[in-house]
Design a protein around this ligand. Structure first.
Ligand code: ADP
Ligand code: AIR
Ligand code: ASP
Length: 273
């Protein structure tokens, strides 16, 4: 096995140096944490499933012109991505009140929101990822105003698209968290979708039964955690086969991200200042 240079180990993923400059390998672990690391555990097979689900959703988003970091899947647990400078914000989009939103405002879980609501949280585990007003984001230069505009437009478009896609497989997208980064290429910089989209960072409720099909099963000790992740993958048609990870590692996919014109907003590449 080749020795690789580890770049970063997070709670759910590891990053390694990629084979070409400007690329990284994103490795999905089975480790699970909640409440900013206060609760720890393992969800067997989660890494394999999240790798597949995130690949699938990022490719679908690329198809509609959302710029993403995804390049190609390398094996059962790893994907090649474009290295970005992560914008230190957790961007949360909410369609239905749940989780911390319900707690903060005393709004019953499951209450529909009048329109999708975006919250920015500062990505800082030690501080508990506090919610931050756009004004503060700009004041501390965590993101520029034009980047916040891009992020907002992209997040709403991602929400519309994913809500429809998931509804098609009997899942209601209650809320989700995404991350964006600055991708530098030559003398241009573009805000692109990074990290992952999976049941680790989305709330997904079965449309018929209301059953929770996401990490809340782990957070709230609801049981059948692995089953829920597998079921989401199954519905999306990406459930990994029972072949061993080692066997599947041999199967590599071609580069798949499609190049399409993106938004008229400043998501089009900008000259670096
Ligand atoms: P955490 O850091 O919150 O524990 P993870 O375990 O998911 O989260 O680790 C993945 C890390 O990789 C995250 O910090 C995320 O911001 C970062 N990341 C995701 N995509 C990219 C990318 N394309 N380039 C650089 N960093 C990335
Ligand atoms: N999230 C937030 N921080 C980490 C994650 N994964 C996601 C949750 C949920 C949404 O953001 O998975 O889908 C809102 O979380 P909360 O706890 O603020 O209600
Ligand atoms: N992702 C955060 C953590 O790992 C928050 C959460 O998912 O509850 O602790």
């Amino acid at each position: 096995m080749n020795r690789r240079t580890p770049i970063y180990e997070g709670k759910a993923k590891q990053l390694f140096e990629g084979p070409e400059p400007g690329t990284l390998i994103q490795h999905f672990k089975d480790d699970a944490t909640a409440f900013n690391n206060a609760k720890k555990g393992v969800i067997n097979g989660k890494g394999v499933i999240n790798n597949r689900i995130s690949e699938y959703l990022m490719l679908k988003l690329a198809d509609i012109g959302i710029p993403t970091h995804f390049i190609r899947t390398l094996n059962m647990r790893e994907q090649l991505v474009k290295a970005v400078e992560i914008i230190p914000l957790e961007v949360i989009v909410r369609n239905v009140a749940a989780g911390s939103f319900s707690q903060r405002f005393g709004i019953e879980e499951g209450s529909a929101l009048p329109y999708p609501i975006i919250e920015f949280c500062l990505k800082n585990d030690k501080l508990g990822d506090p919610i931050v007003a756009p004004e503060i984001v700009v004041a501390f230069q965590w993101a520029q105003p034009s980047e916040l505009e891009d992020i907002t437009a992209l997040a709403l478009r991602i929400n519309d698209f994913l809500s429809g896609l998931l509804l098609g497989v009997g899942l209601k997208l209650i809320d989700f968290k995404i991350e964006f980064g600055r991708h530098y290429e030559g003398n241009t910089v573009q805000v692109i979708l990074a990290d992952e989209i999976s049941p680790d960072c989305c709330r997904l409720w079965d449309t018929k039964t209301g059953e929770k099909m996401d990490k809340d099963r782990f957070r709230r000790d609801l049981g059948k955690v692995e089953e829920a992740y597998r079921e989401v993958a199954r519905r999306l048609g990406v459930l990994p086969s029972e072949t061993s990870e080692a066997e599947s590692a041999a199967t590599k996919k071609k580069p798949q991200q499609k190049k399409r014109p993106t938004f008229k907003l400043s998501t089009v590449k900008k000259k670096r200042k």
